[in-house]
Design a protein around this ligand. Structure first.
Ligand SMILES: Cc1cc2nc3c(=O)[nH]c(=O)nc-3n(C[C@H](O)[C@H](O)[C@H](O)COP(=O)(O)OP(=O)(O)OC[C@H]3O[C@@H](n4cnc5c(N)ncnc54)[C@H](O)[C@@H]3O)c2cc1C
Length: 418
């Protein structure tokens, strides 16, 4: 029997075992997936919890439900990969051997990495919404917020769902307006980027949306420490807050570093088209765990798994991998008042205006606010549980298409990290 071991049963890990389970001969292959708990969290839902859009129990389901019969699900915390021995050690001493390894352990917010963040203001006036308990605590804090300065802040990039802090800002602005207290709240958007977003066209659109909503943009703000209710940057700029909603530094799992498999943020360096480790020829990394230079997003995990599945079947048959991932990502951006925008891009093409997925018809509009985009975002939760995780086919291509997109007069072809 050949052994495929998948580390992490989140978005990418669950999709990949569902897809490969159907394609690999059960007489020849044993597939195992490891995760530390039985709670699969629908992370995009975390955005709406602070505003009462979802309850905590609406975004969590048992992990086991999504792992197919015939795939072994092991609960345990991964301690270390021993790549020279093809073995993974769990913290309780168990060892799992593999022939092929897929690392899909994602990325996590690390408030411990910013001095002062976990001080006495943590969960009093400093909150995050990238964890379930953080989002729930923030819902409570927002309900009792009586006015003052709200600062929405990102420590550094890359973060998963790079548009989520902007979405939170737009939703907060609409939330305070609906509650009739917008005039009592000053909103500041503090980012390490030079503008509202990474790529020029999207950054200009999103920057003007901040301006229209009278939200102050504090760009190039790289936080060094937090003192009480004040953010202090490396260049000694200071931002006071009454309520801070921060996205802490995001990092890959610590075991990746312990195993000598990671970069400085514990992401696994891989070939950006095939996800094969740059160091080991039987290790791949998928989803947020890898260092590919596109957004860390569920959509990327989905498109990557499609490409990976075809390549993996070729690879284990001793053939060259003929499928290449192009960095395709799409992200809905909630903008408040029942509307959202959509971004669609890849390694080489920045987010452009136009329609998606059907040219001229949409129903989604790129880089433009519309109610259809908002309904698309809400429908995604159903799609996630019922189509995406079980690895069922979806009517969108893994590769980005230029059909329906408006080409800019001069397009930027950079592929910087998000
Ligand atoms: C607030 C928010 C909003 C988002 N919105 C969107 C959106 O609108 N659209 C979109 O496409 N994406 C969105 N995302 C991003 C998306 O959820 C992630 O990119 C996606 O889930 C990544 O999948 P993954 O499999 O790489 O990691 P995950 O789904 O995070 O899975 C990693 C798994 O590894 C396990 N694990 C980690 N370390 C260990 C260990 N040591 N031992 C055992 N198990 C371990 C974890 O328990 C987890 O189950 C959002 C994320 C957040 C936080």
């Amino acid at each position: 029997m050949k052994r495929l071991l998948v580390l992490g049963g989140g978005t990418a890990g669950t999709m990949v075992v569902n897809k490969l389970h159907r394609r690999l001969d059960p007489g020849e292959w044993r597939i195992t997936v490891v995760d530390q708990d039985d709670r699969h969290l629908y992370q995009p839902g975390l955005l709406l919890i602070p505003f009462g859009g979802y309850r905590a129990d609406e975004v969590v389901k048992p992990r086991k439900r999504y792992i197919p019969d015939g795939v072994d699900l092991v609960y345990g915390e991964i301690d270390q990969v021993e790549p020279d021995r093809n073995v993974v050690a769990l913290t309780d001493g168990r060892k799992l051997a593999y022939d092929y390894l897929v690392i899909a352990t994602g990325t996590s917010p690390r408030p411990d990495q910013t001095p002062g963040m976990l001080g006495e203001q943590w969960r009093r006036s400093i909150f995050d919404f990238y964890t379930l308990d953080g989002a729930v605590a923030l819902a409570e804090a927002l309900q009792h917020f009586d006015g003052g300065r709200l600062v929405v802040h990102t420590v550094d990039i890359p973060i998963k769902c790079p548009v989520a802090p902007l979405e939170f800002t737009f939703l907060a602005e609409a939330y305070f307006r609906e509650r009739g207290m917008r005039d009592r709240v000053e909103i500041v958007y503090a980012t390490p980027l030079p503008g509202a977003f990474t790529k020029p066209i999207a950054s200009a659109h999103l920057g003007s949306m901040l301006e229209d909503r009278k939200i102050a943009l504090e760009s190039d703000f790289l936080v060094e420490r937090i003192e009480g209710r004040k953010l202090v940057s490396y260049d000694e700029r200071e931002i006071d807050f009454d309520l801070l909603v921060t996205v802490p530094l995001n990092m890959g799992a610590d075991f990746v570093a312990r195993s000598g498999l990671g970069d400085e943020l514990n992401y696994v360096p891989v070939d950006r088209q095939t996800f094969l480790s740059k160091k080991y020829d039987n290790i791949f990394a998928l989803g947020d765990a890898s260092d590919i230079p596109t957004s860390k997003a569920g959509s990327v995990a989905h498109f990557s798994v499609e490409v990976f599945t075809e390549n993996f079947l070729e690879y284990v048959a001793g053939k060259p991998m003929t499928h290449q991932f192009d960095g395709h990502a799409n992200c809905f951006i909630e903008s408040g008042d029942g509307k959202a925008m959509l971004l669609d891009f890849n390694y080489d093409t920045e987010p452009l205006t136009g329609s998606y997925p059907v040219p001229g018809l949409g129903p989604f509009e790129l880089l433009k606010e519309s109610p259809a985009n908002h309904w698309g975002k809400l429908a995604f939760r159903w799609i996630y549980w019922h189509l995406l995780l079980p690895g069922r086919p979806l009517p969108v291509s893994a590769h980005m298409s230029m059909a329906g997109k408006h080409r800019p007069v001069s397009s930027s072809n950079d592929s910087e990290k998000e």
